[in-house]
Design a protein. Structure first.
Lengths: 177, 279
């Protein structure tokens, strides 16, 4: 894994969406011995719940949602082969350790820039949990999707590195709320 | 007595719901410019540039500024000399939300808190009404995303903790929130009243044009001091480091009990969407 915290990347190919309830469904299902709705091995999950697609567009606004809410489920998904995640905001220590252990990567996309980001999404198709509406799992075809590496296999954290450069007050960065 | 038909209320509410989701208001765009000038970090300046570009794309290509088009919050001032015809004002507002969120392709983000079942039309809205003199109807709308709302906090300080206690609590909230609420943020601080009054003041403070100071001098200077303090945290735009963690701090206050000093903090993301109409 050559990616290092701070690297800016453009992602092209297939990524999958999944946020709060989809994570709960996948991990609860897995714990009961059920098969996941798609093969996670080697894939990237994007934490987003887009707005409905207006006529003529593949998707609505589709920026990242806050990632810490998925932390409880992430180590299990990494164990099942997930290799990348895109969201916003810092991850808990357990997730960071799991990222190192399973040689994965966590990217941040620009939170609140859903209009800009949606232009990188060419196709969107619901593949699991359609009853969840905007929270359903979708298969996205993306081209030059902009992101930055936050947590890499070396244990670096871009949020800590970035903030330390500009901090004039306060101590160690607390865990997220 | 002046009269207004509920259909007029419904249609106007629908229109501001859609407008807020696509068109970031000028006060926020100006705040982006100020933030870009203040930033010393090249990366942070670039991020603010992207936020400006996002607002432009949203407006011109008609794509929502953010996918989180929020839970719908309304502050409604009803003139006591105004008569509302043909229905109930709360129903009219909810009908407007239903219409606006459907026709504007906005995300339906409202669920039952226990079953988590989506209500399907982003209702019910959260509606605060206030009776005021006159015969006008003033409707202020704020679609509030959860990324920032989840970072809210309230604390019942001891009265002797005073301004220093307030500052330290606000700083603590901002540091704990970090990158999560999509900085550069706008911070609403409600001081005084009681438990829910403080929270309501903090939320209402976010309706003011971004960066407009409180009319009371002592509160305006507290706002300045709080802004200086939170912008020393280094969190910066998107939490990736920089000088501008917050674009503004808005403080509102209300007298409180001798034994109390309630302080509430309600954070808004950089897409600080808000619209007001007077009917």
């Amino acid at each position: 894994m050559k990616l290092k915290a701070g690297d800016r990347v453009l992602i092209t190919g297939i990524i999958y969406t999944g946020r709060d309830m989809a994570h709960k469904y996948m991990v609860d299902g897995h714990n009961k011995g059920e098969k996941l709705p798609f093969d996670l091995a080697g894939q990237i999950l994007y934490y987003t719940g887009p707005t409905p697609a207006p006529p003529g567009k593949p998707i609505g606004s589709a920026g990242p949602t806050t990632s810490y809410r998925m932390d409880k489920y992430t180590p299990t998904l990494l164990e099942l082969g997930l290799k990348g995640m895109i969201g916003k905001g810092p991850r808990g220590q357990e997730v960071k350790d799991a990222i190192r252990k399973h040689k994965a990567v966590y990217f941040a996309a620009i939170g609140g820039a859903g209009a800009l980001i949606s232009r990188a999404i060419r196709k969107a198709e619901v593949i699991a949990y359609p009853e969840l509406g905007t929270e359903a799992v979708m298969r996205l075809e993306v081209e030059d999707f902009p992101a930055v590496v936050v947590n890499d296999v070396h244990g670096s954290d871009l949020y800590q590195i970035g903030v330390e450069q500009y901090r004039e007050i306060g101590g160690a960065e607390g865990e997220s709320c | 007595m002046r009269e207004i038909h509920v259909d007029e209320i419904r249609d106007n509410v629908a229109q501001i719901c859609v407008d807020a989701a696509y068109n970031l208001s000028d006060d926020v765009l100006t705040a982006f410019d100020r933030a870009q000038q203040m930033e010393t970090s090249q990366g942070a300046r670039e991020i603010i540039g992207l936020l400006k570009e996002n607002a432009r794309v949203a407006r011109e290509e008609h794509i929502h500024i953010c996918q989180d088009t929020g839970i719908a919050i309304f502050f409604v001032e009803i003139g006591q000399d105004l008569r509302i015809r043909n229905g109930f004002i709360i129903d009219a507002i909810n009908d407007g939300v239903r219409k606006g969120y459907k026709e504007g392709y906005l995300r339906k983000s409202v669920v039952d808190p226990i079953t988590r079942r989506n209500t399907g039309d982003n209702t019910p809205a959260i509606i605060y009404t206030e009776l005021v003199p006159g015969d006008k109807l003033k409707i202020s709308f704020m679609p509030k995303g959860a990324g920032s709302e989840n970072m809210s906090a309230i604390r019942m300080l001891r009265p002797t903790e005073g301004v220093e206690g307030i500052k330290s609590f606000v700083l603590d909230c901002v540091q704990r929130a970090g990158a999560n609420p999509c900085p550069p943020v706008v911070i609403g601080v409600g001081i005084g009243g009681d438990f829910e009054k403080a929270a309501l003041l903090a939320k209402k403070a976010l309706l003011r044009p971004v960066g407009s100071p409180n009319a009371k001098l002592e509160l305006a200077s507290l706002e300045e001091a709080l802004l200086r303090t939170v912008n020393k945290t280094g969190i910066g735009p998107e939490g990736l480091g920089g000088k501008v963690t917050a674009m503004a701090v808005h403080v509102e206050s209300f007298p409180c009990h001798i034994a109390s000093l309630p302080v509430a903090v309600n954070i808004n993301c950089h897409a600080a969407r808000h619209k007001t109409i007077i009917l």
